[in-house]
Structures are given as C-alpha cells and as structure tokens.
Design a protein around this ligand. Structure first.
Ligand code: NAP
Ligand code: HSE
Length: 437
C-alpha cells in the first residue's frame, strides 16, 4: 500500500486531535483511501512540553521551516494558528509543491485571496474545512451541495466558545469570566479569547461563508463586528420572557445594492430551530433560491470535532492530489477568475426590528417622552415592558421591541433618547432576526 507523508505544524488542541485520529483510526482511513498515511515530522514551539498524544517514532522540531522544506512531506497540515509565521510557512510549502490542509480561519479570511491564487499557480490544493464550524462539513455542503442555487443569505452560530458562554449564562448566578475559563479548558477558545468574545473569530468564518455562498472575494475588513461582552444576565432573562434566545450570529445577505456582512448578538424567536442550538454546538443556515432554507448542525470547536474535519481534508487531498487543479472544486466554490469584488453595504443600511433596554427615572411623563421620540422617527413600538428597580434607585428598566426600521433611523432615535435627563446609562440595542420564520 502506498504511504502519503504528512508534516504537522502544531500539536496543540487540534494538532493533537488530528494525530490521535490518525493513530487510532488508521485502518478505517486506509480502507477508504486504499493508501496509508504517516506523520513524518511535527513542529511545535516548546519541545520540552509533555504531550497527551504518543509522539514516539515521530521526529519533533521547533524549527517549523524544516516541515515545509522536508523532502518527504506531501501534505503540510497547518494547525499552529496566527497570520504571520503561518502565512510565510504556507507560502514556502506551496512554492515547494506541497498540498495544504489548515484549520486557520484567520489566515484564510485575511490572506485567502492571495494564497488560493498562489496555490493555483503551483497546482496544489488548499483544504480548510475545519476553519468554519469545527466538525460540521459545511464548506463541502455549501460549495458542492448547493451548487445549483443562487444563495440569498447565510446565517450561523459559528463560534462555539460564544455559544457555550451564552448558554451557560442562562444559569442563575453564572459568571462570564468563569464560564469563559471553562471554555478555554475545554479547548474551544482561540489563543486570544477576545477573538471569540468580541466576534473576530466569527467574522473570519463569516467572511469565508459569504465568499462560498455568493462567489465574492474574501473581504474580512468589511465585516461589521460586535461581540457578546455587553450582554447582561437581564438581557438574557428579558429575551426568555419575550420568547426569544440571544445568539451570537454571523449573517451574510444579498441586498439590492450589494451584500451585508455582519456579526452581532441577535435575538431569534425560540420557534426557529437555530435558536435552540446550545453549548459548543454550531449551526449554519443557508437559503438557496431553489432549495429554500437548509441547516447544518454539529460541534463547532474542540479537539475531536475539529480534527475530524482536518483528517477528512487529508483524505480528500490524497484522493485529488494527482489531478490538475483546474479539474477540481475551486477553493471558494466558484472559478477563481469569476469571483466578484462586490460592494459590502454599511450596517446603517440594514432594516430589522430591535430590542432596546434602558434605565429611566420613575417620573410622570417619562414614557410619553420616550414614545414621542420614537414616533418622531417613525418607529412604532411592538412591545413595551417596564420593570421597577429597587425603591432607592427610583428608576425602572424599560424594554422596547420596535417594528422594522432602518438602522440609521434607529441610531438617530437612540442618540436623542440618550440626551434625555430621564435616561440613565447606555441604551442597550440588540437586533432581532426571524430567519424566515
Ligand atoms: P493551540 O492548542 O494553541 O496549538 C497551537 C500549536 O502550535 C501548539 O502545539 C504550539 O506548540 C504550536 N506552535 C505555535 N507557534 C509555533 C511556532 N512558532 N513553531 C512551531 N509550533 C508552534 O491551538 P489550537 O486550538 O489547536 O488551534 C490551532 C489552529 O486551529 C488555529 O488556527 C485555530 O484558530 C484553529 N481552530 C481551532 C479550533 C479549536 O477548537 N481549538 C477549532 C477550529 C479551528 P506548543 O504546543 O509547543 O506550544
Ligand atoms: N474558538 C473557536 C470557537 C474554535 O470557539 O468556535 C472553532 O473555530
């Protein structure tokens, strides 16, 4: 049986997971491939670190360039992360004619346009299923399974850490920092967990999903991004009372004048399937003009699920690597020279309904002032709830659900409301999406 040699860059959560799968599932993989796989060399940062996987008989190096220049290595599997060293290593590997498997969404979202062009020039494959939604084969499903469709929109819970935090925060007394720490211990979080919490990781993934959905170039710097750190336990409780769940969604949609690319906390009616996706699970909805709504669900982070996608990519690359790149599925599902650099519209242009929460002094006439400001902006109120705070505070929490309104109009109304002496502190605003419900 022929053996294909792998060079691993990184042996952390995902790298360790991938080595573990190769070591424990090799006979089944060999049956699928009719070929064998061998890990020929692994690069790590710290050679003295104790590893939870068996690295006996595999040379380890702390010089990552050895891996990409290794004469025996056919496929470089990049699982170290980052966009600096990882990028230059992969460029060298590609120039050396090595195929690439990576889970690095930051690298693909920020430098994918150039890397895919370089790979095409050198007739090598870049496979990156694990970069989006961990263990869910959503790249393959959208790139190939939806090829008959013009995709109208994509919306997803695409960060496992964020969804885990929002789910745990529903438990009484849950503490944001403590829940995040558990997510890190479980191997879900990025090296810098602010990427998870502030939506950067989800924006990387949404960039990739949007390109695959619409056949547009990767445009990470155009994604509007808001994190979940401002969401309070009160918001989660009010959402629950109103029959919504708060989810950190990535949304990409076709508009008349371009595309909307955004990541932000979103209130989704509980009746929508995706609202019930909890913990580390991810789900991506894609709406095709022929198929209608579709949804892909599964674990979005962690060693086993992510490495499952990595090893599936290795299998895919081995099956296709002898074929010229031109006969293969293009990296983003559309012929590289057919990708459009479409305009991405400002978040001010979107139109949806909103949840607003603020503290208002408990004075006669306050409600009238607030509703008058909203009415002046032609914003009608679908729901208004008032909850008294403690007597000493002499204030009440107001929760308002608006009708559909353009974001720029809502922002102007929020600015005017904030100027009222009766409003204390910031006004919380969460977008509501019904996702076809
Ligand atoms: P990790 O646990 O921090 O592992 C990173 C690995 O890279 C470590 O083994 C580290 O070596 C090695 N490394 C770092 N810098 C290096 C250098 N300069 N030279 C050689 N080796 C170096 O990270 P991870 O969670 O596995 O994530 C890896 C990649 O997968 C990232 O791109 C991440 O975004 C992506 N990803 C992660 C998940 C997840 O659930 N964790 C899911 C999907 C995608 P040491 O072990 O010696 O420190
Ligand atoms: N940190 C990422 C997450 C890993 O929590 O979703 C999976 O990409």
């Amino acid at each position: 049986m022929k053996t294909v040699k792998i060079g691993l860059l990184g042996l952390g959560t995902v790298g360790g997971g991938a080595l573990n799968i190769i070591q424990h599932t090799l006979p089944e993989i060999e049956r699928r491939l009719g070929q064998s796989i061998e890990v020929a060399i692994i690069a790590v940062r710290d050679l003295t670190r104790t590893r939870s996987v068996d690295t006996q008989n595999i040379p380890l190096t702390d010089n990552a360039t050895e891996v990409v220049n290794h004469p025996d290595v056919d496929i470089v599997v990049e699982l170290m992360g980052g966009t600096g060293l990882a990028k230059s290593l992969l460029e060298t590997a590609i120039q050396n004619g090595k195929h690439i498997v990576t889970a690095n969404k930051a690298l693909i979202a920020e430098h994918g346009n150039a890397l895919f062009a370089l790979a095409k020039k050198h007739n090598v494959i870049i496979s990156y299923e694990a970069a989006v939604a961990g263990g869910i084969p959503v790249i393959k499903a959208m790139r190939e399974g939806l090829a008959a469709n013009k995709v109208e929109w994509v919306a997803g819970i695409i960060n496992g850490t964020g969804n885990y935090i929002l789910t745990e925060m529903k438990k009484p007394g849950a503490d944001f920092a403590a829940v995040l720490k558990v997510a890190q211990e479980l191997g879900y979080a990025e090296a810098d967990p602010t990427f998870d919490v502030e939506g950067i990781d989800a924006a990387h993934k949404l960039t990739i999903l949007a390109s695959i959905a619409f056949g547009i170039e990767l445009q990470f710097n155009k994604v509007y991004t808001e994190g979940i750190s401002q969401i309070t336990a009160d918001d989660i409780r009010f959402a629950e009372q109103l029959d919504y769940e708060i989810k950190h969604l990535g949304v990409a949609s076709r508009l008349e004048n371009g595309f909307s690319l955004r990541v932000h906390p979103t209130m989704v009616p509980k009746s929508v399937l995706i609202a019930n996706v909890s913990g580390v699970m991810n789900a991506v909805m894609a709406f095709g003009n022929h198929v209608g709504p579709t949804m892909y669900y599964g674990p979005g982070a962690g060693a086993g699920p992510t490495a499952s996608s990595v090893v599936a990519d290795i299998v895919e690359v081995i099956r296709w690597k002898e074929q010229p790149i031109d006969v293969q599925v293009p990296a983003l599902g559309f012929a590289l020279d057919q990708l459009q650099s479409a305009p991405v519209v400002s978040i001010d242009e979107i139109e949806t309904s909103y949840y607003l929460r603020c503290f208002a002094k408990d004075h006669v006439g306050v409600l009238a002032k607030i509703t008058a400001i909203l009415a002046d902006s032609n914003i009608s109120i679908e729901h208004l709830h008032q909850e008294p705070c403690s007597q000493e505070a002499n204030a009440a929490t107001l929760v308002i659900i608006t009708n559909h309104v353009k974001e720029s109009l809502l922002n102007t109304a929020i600015e005017t409301l904030s100027e009222l002496d009766d409003i204390e502190g910031d006004i919380m605003r969460i977008r509501i999406e019904s996702l076809g419900a």
